[in-house]
Design a protein around this ligand. Sequence first.
Ligand code: NI
Length: 252
Amino acid sequence: MVDTHCHIFHEYYDNIDEVINKMESNIIIVNGTNINDNKEVLELVKKYKNVYGALGLHPTEIGSSYEETLLFIEKHLNDEKIVGIGEIGLDYHYTLENKDIQKEVFIKQLNLARKYNKSVIIHSRDAINDTLEILKEYKDIKKDIHSFSGSLESAIEFIKINCRLGIGGVLTFKNAKRLQNIVKNLDIHSLLLETDSPYLTPEPYRGSKNEPYNIIYVAKKISEIKGISLEDVLSITTSNAISQFDLDKYLC
Ligand code: NI
């Protein structure tokens, strides 16, 4: 199995070794959000065989020195085991005042993805329409809409423009009927498993700190919703992740 999106950083975990080794040979894709954790991504991919990385500047982390962060990201995009640009996107939840700069930074990173032929991991909060509008210009890039939370209609729109949807712990929540219905109706080949650790812990551990190993509870829920064996859910979503992030060149 592959946890396609998480933030396993020292800021959140006392014992990173334990959290990562519990996954054994299962793959973890750690996503950066700012200059400091992007640096940590580079260290983690060197240290752990099963860890791959994505570098990105998150919309809520855009500060005055964002240009420096973008240069850092570009400089390291061709490093070994850096498989994508993320977590990037738009977040209008806290403020609408910096919409323009958010869009500019998002587009700059999409252009980097095109230039270096990388896949992207997208955060979109209260900004579905602008996200869709921008991504329509980037159909050629493989995109993961992480922790998807939109409608079935928007899910279909995203899939049409070369996106897969990241599905995490929220799926297991009692009140997640809409997301469960979306998962039921979509082709499993369009789905990626993720945890977004340390956040969004699935049932039965909701409320405690999340970790990549908990991805198994998301897979179990998909198996239950779609009436497919757990084994098939794991094997299909693993091949989805391998193709999404071109992991095959590392796995032979
Ligand atoms: Ni995240």
